[in-house]
Design a protein. Structure first.
Length: 445
């Protein structure tokens, strides 16, 4: 039996109840899940509870969690202050669909952190990026959108393009071919979507020059977090900012994952590059479904004048904003950031040391509260670099770490871990001790 087969067999033995529940769920839910990203081979674990840093599954297994709901839980699970805020607000009302004080309070905090004058709230990153692109199109009077190969900006038709395309379909690196990411999306829906290569300003300039006066915006994750933790070259974001100015297009930062997780003001603060529109979600809600997009008063005049429409019954739900207010103002303090970033540095450095010790063809890296192990020797700079990493090794690592009682990150080589404010030194040490046991298994797959 190979080490990979042994890892899978042990996992199956530990998760029998979860597998039974998954079989039942498959009769009711496509693939047995409510989001495709939750599928894990041979079966996902079904969760019974999640408190602090610990998840308990249907089989009674307890895990130290570093996935933190695909990075949405910088505060950790069921943070007492968030739970209290939710309980207090629930007693005063769960949904208004009318204005309330919390909208002002949270918008003021977002303006302080990110510098954008005005904000609107929605419920998910998909919604927020969709509205941000519509706002950019309305403001510029243009239709085309530049995105980057390998980037995920939500599930709406305009951007579900070239998210994970097979390399044989992608065309030349300097002019990537748009590849639709799902059936059910007609060509007309992404006819205005242009694709460029991350960390390649030449490819962006080519898109602008081939579509003069037609590009409304460039949308980018400042760190490509659909490819582990693929960081921008030092001159890339400033260069992108300059190109948008030259061609009079808006720059949209999709900070759904980076926002409040790599600095109090996200990538905007960390890289000292100001986008025209900032999009936030995930960790700003403290575990509740909340997203937001912000821009200057001039750009937001498109909404103020009703030339561009943004509506939503559940937008600015008072319970979600109560959770966001306490998250942003009381939990994610400067002291909390110092602690989390130091812990993440310790985890990344610990992985790097163990990778060297066991001579694994991999490297670890991280920014702020996030990090990952990449099963590839050379540092990745774009999607085509990421595409050729060792997926089998990544999957073996994930299952083997679960066997050791650690959820190292969400499933898949495209994901990354998140250190929460509830993690401590002992949790990082436990994680690294588990990887020390797993690393030898990865040498003989």
């Amino acid at each position: 039996m190979s080490s990979f087969e042994a890892i899978v067999r042990r996992y199956e033995e530990r998760t029998r109840k979860s597998r039974e529940l998954h079989e039942q769920a498959k009769t009711l839910l496509p693939r047995g899940v409510s989001s495709n990203f939750r599928v894990v081979d041979p079966n996902p674990i079904f969760i019974e509870s999640a408190i602090g840093t610990t998840i308990t599954d249907a089989d009674g297994n307890r895990y130290l969690d570093f996935a933190n709901a695909f990075g949405a839980l910088l505060v950790g699970h069921a943070h007492p202050k968030v739970v209290q805020a939710i309980e207090t607000q629930a007693k005063k009302g769960t949904l208004h669909a009318m204005p309330h004080r919390l909208e002002i309070s949270v918008a003021q905090e977002l303006r302080r952190r990110f510098g954008q004058d005005q904000w609107r709230f929605s419920n998910s990153g998909t919604e927020a990026t969709m509205h941000a692109i519509r706002l950019a199109r309305g403001y510029t009077g243009r239709s085309k959108v530049i995105k980057f190969e390998g980037a995920y900006h939500g599930a709406h038709d305009t951007v579900l393009v070239s998210t994970k395309p097979p390399l044989r379909q992608t065309g030349h690196k300097n002019a990537p071919r748009p590849v639709v990411g799902s059936e059910g999306i007609p060509p007309e829906s992404y006819a205005h979507t242009l694709v460029a290569t991350f960390n390649d300003l030449t490819s962006v300039r080519r898109r602008f020059e081939d579509n003069l006066n037609d590009v409304a915006c460039v949308i980018i994750e400042p760190i490509m977090l659909n490819m582990g933790v693929t960081e921008p070259d030092p001159d890339f974001l400033p260069g992108l900012r300059a190109l948008c100015g030259e061609f009079q297009a808006l720059l949209i930062f999709d900070e759904v994952k980076t926002g409040v997780k790599i600095a109090p003001g996200g990538a905007t603060e960390h890289y000292k590059v100001r986008p025209d529109i900032a999009v936030l979600a995930k960790s700003i809600g403290g575990g509740m479904p909340l997203a937001a997009f912000g821009a200057s008063t001039e750009i937001m005049e498109e909404l103020n004048s009703l030339r561009v429409i943004h509506v939503g019954t559940y937008a600015s739900n008072p319970i979600t904003l109560a959770a966001a207010e306490v998250t942003l103002k009381e939990i994610l303090t400067d002291e909390a950031y110092r602690k989390v970033f130091a812990l993440n540095r310790k985890l990344v450095d610990g992985y790097s040391a163990l990778i060297r010790e066991h001579k694994l063809p991999a490297y670890a890296n991280g920014v702020g509260s996030m990090g990952t192990i990449n099963f590839k020797k050379d540092v990745m700079r774009n999607y085509r670099d990421w595409y050729v990493l060792d997926r089998k090794a990544s999957h073996a690592w994930y299952l083997a770490m679960l066997n050791e009682g650690i959820i190292p990150q969400p499933p898949g080589p495209d994901e990354q871990w998140t250190i929460s404010v509830q993690h401590g030194e002992a949790d990082v040490e436990t994680h690294l001790k588990a990887f020390a046991r797993v690393a030898p298994l990865l040498r003989s797959l």
